[in-house]
Design a protein around this ligand. Structure first.
Ligand SMILES: C[C@@](CO)(OP(=O)(O)O)[C@H](O)COP(=O)(O)OP(=O)(O)OC[C@H]1O[C@@H](n2ccc(N)nc2=O)[C@H](O)[C@@H]1O
Ligand SMILES: Nc1ncnc2c1ncn2[C@@H]1O[C@H](COP(=O)(O)OP(=O)(O)O)[C@@H](O)[C@H]1O
Length: 289
């Protein structure tokens, strides 16, 4: 394999939930959802340095996450286990996606690790097989592995690709952490939204069933929603804490980012239908670069 493969920067894009309907609860406690996973052209970058000794390690520790709990390390080990591969890797993470923000950063890192190491270790799993391995690590991992903006059902693993317009989003994250598990176990969560079709969503849009509860529990999230509502229809992504608003152009979104209160962090990104990870995969497959 050409040496430059090992020093490629592999993208791990962020996602937005353009709606998040909770339609029921399964016997195992997990919730059935309907959501539109919108991929963004903004995210983290990972680098992989394969080794023959079977050791999986991070090149630098990641703040706030122990190495053994890091989804990148867990994903690499899950691939070793699923395939019997005895190779290892040292992995660098260039983190740009806020942690625990409902932007899927951890899940996307896990997906990129599975896709990249499957390539670099020549383990030969198909994308659907990698998505099965990834689902054990988190409900959001399969969409990043399949690499297309999609309508999702089940706990997020039943995916129907959807073509969405390339809108620009301003994404704002307040300085607070929302626990996904805590929101899903809260007695006041709305869990009985009726199932809709993807066509109905595309026509009428949808809501985030976690938003009212999170905004009540976390005043900072409420403040971001109120602030962004001055510029458009603000909505929370996932179980929070990030909130987004759509704009017709990069310039319009950037203009609002410029006046964002300093206590919050934000970024501007464009909606994409194909993951930047899969664009790269196609390039390396075609060129062998
Ligand atoms: C609800 C979403 C929407 O994108 O929220 P965000 O995490 O992005 O905010 C995700 O599907 C979350 O996926 P992910 O963050 O991978 O969740 P997991 O690690 O699988 O689950 C964390 C905890 O949330 C609860 N959980 C999660 C997903 C789900 N469909 N039902 C649940 O009840 C479970 O208690 C689980 O233990
Ligand atoms: N590589 C990683 N990047 C981000 N978070 C990670 C990673 N590995 C483990 N985590 C843990 O997963 C949690 C959820 O992260 P993330 O996927 O970014 O947010 P969310 O699930 O809200 O979209 C983090 O708070 C962190 O503790």
């Amino acid at each position: 394999m050409p040496d430059q493969m090992t020093t490629l920067r592999w993208p791990a894009p962020a996602k937005l939930n353009l709606c998040l309907h909770i339609t029921g609860r399964r016997p195992d406690g997990y919730h059935n959802l309907q959501t539109l996973f919108q991929l963004l052209n903004y995210g983290d970058f990972l680098e992989f340095h394969p080794a023959d000794d079977g050791r999986v390690a991070l090149a630098q520790p990641m703040r706030d996450v122990a190495e053994a709990d890091n989804l990148v390390v867990k994903a690499a080990r899950a691939l070793q286990q699923a395939t019997g591969c005895t190779k290892g890797a040292t992995i660098s993470i260039d983190k740009r996606i806020p942690l625990g923000g409902g932007l899927g950063g951890g899940s996307s890192n896990a997906a990129t690790t599975l896709v990249a190491l499957n390539y670099l270790w020549s383990t030969g799993l198909s994308l659907p097989h990698l998505a099965e391995v990834g689902l054990q690590l988190g409900a959001d991992v399969p969409v990043f592995i399949m690499g297309q903006t999609a309508w999702a059902e089940g706990i997020g693993e039943r995916l129907t690709p959807v073509q969405m317009p390339g809108l620009w989003y301003l994404v704002v994250t307040p300085n607070c952490h929302v626990s996904t598990a805590a929101i899903f176990s809260n007695k006041d969560l709305t869990r009985d939204t009726a199932d809709i079709t993807v066509a109905a969503f595309l026509e009428q849009g949808g809501q985030n069933d976690c938003q009212a509860l999170v905004a009540t529990l976390y005043p900072q999230v409420r403040q971001v929603i109120d602030w962004l509502n001055q510029f458009g229809a603000a909505q929370m992504t996932g179980t929070g804490a990030s909130v987004y608003c759509a704009f017709a152009s990069a310039e319009a979104a950037q203009a609002v980012l410029c006046i964002l209160p300093k206590r919050w962090q934000g970024f501007v990104a464009q909606a994409v239908n194909a993951s930047p990870l899969h664009n790269l995969l196609q390039e390396v497959d075609v060129t062998g670069a």
